[in-house]
Design a protein around this ligand. Sequence first.
Ligand code: 13P
Ligand code: SF4
Length: 317
Amino acid sequence: MKHLKAEEYIEGINKLRAEKNAIILAHYYQTSDIQDIADFVGDSLALSQKAASNEADIILFAGVKFMAETAKILAPDKKILLPDINAGCSLADSCREEDFKKFIDDNPGRTVVTYVNTTAEIKALSDIICTSSNAIQIVESLPEKEKIIFAPDRNLGNYVLNKTGRDIIVWNGACHVHEEFSLEAILKLKNEYTDAKLIVHPECELPVRMVADYIGSTSSLLKYSKTDSAKIYIIATEVGIIHQMQKENPDKKFIPAPPKDSTCGCSECNFMKLISLEKIYNCLKTEAPEIDLDSEIIIKARKPIIRMMEISKKLGL
Ligand code: 13P
Ligand code: SF4
């Protein structure tokens, strides 16, 4: 197949999205060229909110599968496209339906709070969903006596447990990107840039969180980098977020926190990076791959997501 130049793909994408009344929603971990052509760029919570309220007939999701599935659950009548169906998530993969059912059965009487980074089937087994933007507030919205299961991220789960002091048992899952940061290399950078602030996603391991100046979701890290007065930041989350940080703060310096092992010296989510301009163009053209979910799963998974969205709305999140 003949490959086109980036500008040609962008021209084609613009034509197709206008013709088909399609919008492109992109996560902050996408490459900068994709973030720049998206109709909307955001974190998991904002992307869900946008998927639930827009006038498009087609939503093309520049992100990973659990995000596109969430869009399908919230907008079942729309066509939801994911340019590469293999764009999964190691965290979602760490929580399989059969194992999770057993875990819930083995721990009866607990409210199941599930992070959005899960398959639709896991959401369907949950009482309420959260994202990293609202996990603490969602847990705190539950009655104090309520015992909780938190899944699937062990780092976010333990972070929420420590912040809220609630009775929480945490599923033992993790993200391969956020668990890869090297504490040793981060401390070395902190030594070298003594004025730098270390800002960290809560999916990172405890030793990295312990030396952080600030912990937050992608949108919260972005907001912090804008409102805080420091000039240099070390960023411990997927490197794609730096594009927006740099765009919004051209005078500040953003250094990716180094992982234990990588060729680029930064942390990339290989699933997020499966999406490209070429794949977006082909996907809009052929309207495939499309996300298709069982209608029963949609009904069951919708309830806990809507519950999260209502609480977030009430709290102004
Ligand atoms: P946010 O909810 O902060 O966008 O994070 C999503 C994610 O995949 C983190 O790895
Ligand atoms: Fe999943 Fe981690 Fe990639 Fe986020 S960075 S999409 S949690 S694998």
